[in-house]
Ligand binder design. Structure first.
Ligand code: ISE
Length: 333
């Protein structure tokens, strides 16, 4: 069975998803692309001749040549597009965040719950990164004892000009929030954002340190630094009672030259998480075929936004802020 995918959003992530879907995922075909920027669409169509352009994203969602929808458009468009998919019960993979505000996320959850069927997947791709998967496995295997602290580093070489200080939380730290929940299997109770001296190489408050106090008093500490200059660098170390589990930086080779040994950092998240993006898309396509969903659910998307919202409050108040979640609906248990 071939799943015919319609892509909404032909920017950086949309183009990457189109490339991965048509070159590295089995059981799927890109049949439709929509973006207000016709040039971007044309660029994708050059390499994906099976796809048709759609001027209107809602027409794409409703079209009979589309079995499932991949949303990679700007964050503020996510809610309406995901709800339109749910309206006609089409599976949808929505890039993170599910929606920028809690109200919007709750609307999606309510609609999906009313259908009593999981159709929404949120693109928290790190859940498919072999390093984090192994970290989770080793922790839950039990030999290292209980998790105590998780140290995370999230550095980008340079933020785009539209990046604001709150976006360090809402756009970047959400990955740390989601992966901490995924690895530890615990919810976040309280968030504190601390702002160190800011780099002179940016106008916004950068870096920021995010502390997540999880259930059972496990603490996650994440440095978010989006103008770190030297490359894209994501690290994590989980400190347990009897040892630690750390990600090893993925690089194909180390070069010994001129009395030094070195390796290169990826330019951005597409290269660093290439395996995760491919595995996420493959799992989604396979899940659409089999009817068994995988990856982050709408509930996970809601929780990440709720924790980020508490983080934004803390950024403004300079105090720890509580995370208040609704009771987990039965569909997501
Ligand atoms: C970007 O939007 C992403 O999702 C990347 O994974 C993240 O590392 C980056 O900081 C964000 O800006």
């Amino acid at each position: 069975m071939i799943i015919r995918v319609g892509l909404i959003g032909a920017g950086v992530m949309g183009a990457e998803h189109a490339r991965v879907l048509s070159t590295a995922v089995s059981g799927a075909e890109l049949t439709a692309v929509s973006d207000p920027d016709a040039e971007r669409v044309a660029k994708i169509l050059e390499t994906c001749p099976t796809a048709r352009p759609f001027a209107d994203a809602l027409d794409l969602i409703r079209d009979k040549s589309v079995d499932a929808v991949l949303v990679a458009s700007p964050d503020q468009t996510h809610r309406a597009l995901v709800l339109a998919c749910l309206e006609i019960e089409k599976p949808v993979l929505c890039e993170k965040p599910l929606a920028p505000s809690l109200d919007e996320c709750l609307k999606v959850i309510a609609r999906e719950q009313a259908l009593d069927r999981r159709l929404v997947t949120v693109g928290y791709m790190r859940r498919f990164d072999p390093g984090y998967v192994e970290m989770k496995r080793r922790l839950h295997e039990g030999g290292l004892g209980a998790a105590l602290v998780m140290h995370c580093i999230h550095r980008n070489a340079a933020a785009p000009p539209f990046m604001t200080a709150p976006m360090l939380i809402a756009n970047s730290a959400v990955h740390e929030i989601d992966i901490a929940r995924f690895v530890l299997g615990r919810e976040v109770e309280r968030v504190t954002v601390v702002t160190p001296r800011k780099t002179s190489l940016a106008t916004i408050q950068d870096p920021q340190i995010v502390f997540l106090e999880m259930e059972d008093r496990v603490v996650v500490e994440a440095e978010i630094f989006v103008n770190a200059q030297y490359g894209y660098d994501v690290r994590a170390e989980l400190v347990c009672e009897k040892g630690t589990i750390a990600l090893t930086p993925p690089h194909d080779v180390t070069v010994a030259h001129a009395a030094k040994e070195s390796f290169s950092f990826p330019g951005d998240w597409r290269a660093r998480f290439a395996h995760a993006y491919r595995a996420e898309l493959q799992a989604w396509v396979s899940g659409v075929s089999s009817g068994v969903p995988s990856g982050a659910s709408a509930w996970d998307g809601y929780v990440a936004t709720a924790v980020a919202e508490a983080g934004l409050e803390s950024l403004a108040s300079r105090r720890p802020e509580e995370v208040r979640l609704i009771a987990r609906p039965g569909l997501y248990v």
